[in-house]
Design a protein around this ligand. Structure first.
Ligand code: FES
Length: 346
């Protein structure tokens, strides 16, 4: 049986959540502003509902060409590691559980609810409320997608941040804004400039180099410092999962925590394909959700890699017109077959 609080939360659609998020955004600390928006796109509510409602979930998963760890209930404590607010997760989780118990207002406003919970935690942990808002919104969505029992059973474990994330929000923002020095005569360099791509701000060594104007996926492929495939079977080259390298499969989607403005603009093809895949890329010319095989960088950036990928835009959002897919890899035939199945009408 679901609680009153869950019943209220369940009334909201994915678009409602996006509107609420937009409303909260100015009050969310800049250190987490992109991160929260990325997180909500990494775990789409409508995809969760489509899978939940499926008569044959396995069949639908196959149709959506789903790969990797897509279910929030399996990563209640970990999915938000890339948020600064992750360090307050245990307290946020406890506050949400408490709210579930004492909630009675069925006409509650979700934005206000989020603010209230964030405020309670902020007072308890003596931190600014702006640092709690994002992780609280994330926590409420986790409750929706994992159910109260799973939510409560999670330990509330927090990973102690290393790397950039161990710093203050101000220091993190200052570091993100920096570009690599190109040496004394760097201003004379044109094509051989190199930039740092950070792919996990919670680790001290999670970065690789990118040559000026190179696609993020190609740069990632050159980094053979670890056995990436052992960690994630989608990683056939570097740390960024890839398959087609031509905007045809959706494997290489990433969030841009900082430096989106240092990437090339989204091409017509990338824009169209993101819709086909179902990834909710904002309309901006240089948005915070990209395909790593398409976006080229001309400065240092910080990215976050989602633990899964799929092709579900047409069936879940029903906003995709006829699609032409031109995969150009060795596995092109198989790819075309699976993606055509995933995008054809019921
Ligand atoms: S690798 Fe297939 S879309 Fe980028």
């Amino acid at each position: 049986m679901t609680t009153k609080f869950e019943n209220v939360l369940n009334k909201f659609s994915e678009n409602d959540w996006f509107s609420i998020l937009t409303k909260l955004l100015p009050d969310i600390h800049e250190v987490d502003r992109n991160a929260v928006q990325i997180w909500f796109r990494f775990y789409p509510l409508e995809l969760f509902r489509a899978l939940q409602a499926a008569e044959n979930k396995d069949e639908l998963l196959q149709k959506f060409v789903m790969q990797g760890n897509y279910e929030l209930k399996n990563q209640i404590d970990a999915s938000h590691k890339f948020l600064y607010g992750h360090r307050y997760w245990k307290n946020v989780k406890e506050a949400i559980e408490k709210r579930v118990e004492n909630f009675s207002d069925e006409n509650a406003d979700l934005a206000n609810e989020t603010k209230q919970i964030a405020k309670t935690v902020a007072e308890k942990v003596k931190a600014n409320e702006s640092l709690l808002l994002g992780i609280t919104a994330v926590g409420l969505m986790i409750l929706v997608q994992s159910g109260l029992e799973n939510f409560k059973n999670a330990k509330g474990a927090i990973e102690k941040p290393k790397g950039l994330m161990k710093n203050s929000p101000e220091k993190i923002l200052a570091e993100r804004a920096k570009d690599d020095s190109q040496g004394l005569f760097g201003f004379l360099k044109t094509i051989d400039k190199k930039w740092t791509v950070t792919y996990d701000e919670t680790a001290s060594d999670a970065r690789f180099k990118l040559v000026h104007d190179e696609e993020i996926a190609s740069a990632s492929a050159r980094d053979q410092s670890k056995n990436w495939r052992e960690k994630d079977e989608r990683c056939i080259e570097g740390v960024v999962p890839v398959e087609c390298r031509s905007a045809a499969c959706g494997t290489c989607w990433i969030g841009i925590l900082s430096g989106a403005e240092k990437l090339t603009e989204v091409s017509t093809r990338e824009r169209k394909q993101m819709k086909v895949f179902g990834y909710k890329q904002p309309e901006d010319a240089k948005p915070f959700l990209r395909l790593a095989c398409q976006a080229r960088a001309h400065g240092a950036i910080s990215i976050v890699i989602p633990p899964w990928n799929g092709v579900f835009g047409k069936k879940v959002y029903r906003n995709v017109e006829d699609v032409e897919l031109e995969p150009a890899t060795t596995s092109a035939a198989k790819l075309r077959e699976t993606i055509t199945t995933a995008t054809e009408n019921n």
